[in-house]
Design a protein around this ligand. Structure first.
Ligand SMILES: [Zn+2]
Length: 453
């Protein structure tokens, strides 16, 4: 049975404008007609008429950087060590449902434990559960200077981690072949680390040019795209030259490296939600304070400059959020990345929405079927009360969401407000500091002083 949606304003993703007096006709899970109401096919008796003539209608949003296995973690150990992989899969499914309720009808997960995210993808695709369309990598391929090899060498990278230590191109290629056999949608390589981590403080590339080039060639030969994590210049440069498909972050790339990125056609996905949330929300008392937010202020400053140049140079930008940390919890802040695109990189709100829909849609598993509102595409639609073209930050307000269509069906699933965390899911820090006699005396002096004031 067809559904006829009257749209107050319609943003299809095909232009920068939202048109008035438009209608979308959905037939089963796909769009049958998009255009002026005057030209729309007439509703046959019994067909459903849906009136959103007071609302703003746009394609379902897409977030290409959501880590379903992380569980809103507070520490690296939470990510890699705690909670059985089986529990993470169930928890990640619920996380995916939260992201969907925020208006994101497709997501990508670059880096997971075991086969957690491909399994969530398959469970949703088999209609066992409601959830967004998921594209998934396996664990990320990493080396000594990359992410995930955080622990002392005598501990190593545990099998439950979200990365696999591959010490050279041969090991990387073997891992790529295994992951492709296991059904991943794309390959993720951690080309460098994080400026905060003591083992990778200098942000050098974990693989040399020949190694990453060989791995990318093999992934492409097997028909899979490659996404890399690269915050530093060297890792970004090698990645661009190797012909990777997506570079996450690229914050410290130089203008010379940007030229290589332009030449290679790689897409960039800064994923700065983690930075801006960390800068804005981390408080004294948080273990990360103040070093981590300070590092992110420096990264944001560098990234704002180079990504503004990247936008002007015509690089194709993707919207991703690095959701799954305690500072970027599922379903909460995804749309804030679009505000970051406007505020720091100079995109117009319409362009930012197109990055999160059309551009993101060109990368995901269902490329060509999602990302814009066109005849023949999946009816993944967000109905919104407001005008995100006037104020992009409105998209963060979930109370403005009037309806979400996923493959033509209205999303009615509610997340359980009673969901909570279990002790067994996480590592725990018992004390913030060492309570020596001297420290206790100092604390006493402080409180006497405060009482006297
Ligand atoms: Zn990430």
């Amino acid at each position: 049975m067809r559904k006829h949606i009257r749209c107050g304003r319609l943003f299809t993703g095909l232009s920068d404008k939202a048109e008035r007096d438009q209608t979308i006709v959905i037939n089963d899970e796909r769009i049958d007609y998009v255009g002026p109401t005057a030209g729309a096919p007439k509703a046959a008796p019994g067909e459903q008429m849906i009136d959103h003539s007071k609302h703003f209608v746009l394609p379902g949003l897409i977030d290409v950087h959501v880590h379903l296995a992380y569980g809103n973690c507070k520490t690296e150990e939470d990510i890699d060590l705690y909670a059985p992989v089986e529990f993470r899969a169930l928890r990640g499914l619920e996380a995916a449902q939260r992201v969907l309720k925020a208006g994101f009808t497709s997501i990508c997960d670059p880096a997971t434990s075991g086969l957690v995210s491909p399994s969530i993808r398959d469970a949703i695709e088999a209609n066992l559960f409601v959830g967004p369309r998921v594209s998934a990598s396996g664990p990320q391929i990493t080396n000594r200077q990359g992410l995930t090899d955080w622990y002392p060498t005598w501990i190593g990278v545990p099998s439950t981690a979200i990365g696999v230590l591959c010490k050279d191109a041969a090991e990387g290629i073997a891992e790529i072949r295994k992951e492709v056999k296991d059904g991943v949608d794309f390959i993720k390589v951690a080309m460098d680390g994080d400026s905060m981590n003591p083992t990778s403080s200098t942000l050098t590339a974990g693989y040399n040019q020949e190694e990453i080039t060989a791995m990318v060639r093999e992934a492409h030969r097997l028909g899979k795209k490659v996404v890399v994590h690269a915050r530093g210049d060297e890792a970004t440069l090698y990645s661009a030259r190797a012909g990777v498909d997506v570079i996450l972050h690229a914050s410290y790339m130089t203008e010379r490296t940007l030229e290589e990125v332009v030449k290679s056609g790689a897409m960039l996905c800064p994923s700065y939600l983690l930075l801006v949330n960390n800068i804005d929300f981390t408080r004294p008392g948080d273990g990360a304070y103040p070093a981590f937010p300070d590092a992110h202020k420096r990264e944001l400053e560098a990234g704002a400059k180079i990504h503004t140049l990247g936008r002007k140079a015509g690089v194709k930008y993707l919207v991703g959020t690095d959701s799954g940390f305690a500072i970027t919890p599922y379903g909460e802040w995804h749309a804030r990345e679009l505000e970051t695109f406007v505020k720091y990189f100079g995109f117009s709100p319409a362009e930012a929405i197109k990055c999160a829909t059309v551009n993101n849609g060109s990368f995901v598993r269902h490329a060509g079927h999602v990302g814009s509102l066109e005849k023949g595409r999946f009816a993944d639609i967000l109905v919104f009360d407001g005008d995100p073209l006037a104020d992009i930050s409105q998209l963060q307000d979930r109370t403005r969401i009037r309806e979400i269509f996923l493959g033509g069906d209205t999303v009615t699933h509610e997340v359980n407000p009673k969901a909570h965390r279990l002790r067994s899911e996480f590592s725990y820090q018992m004390w913030n500091e060492v309570y020596s006699q001297e420290r206790i005396a100092e604390l006493k002096r402080q409180s006497t002083r405060q009482a006297a004031e």
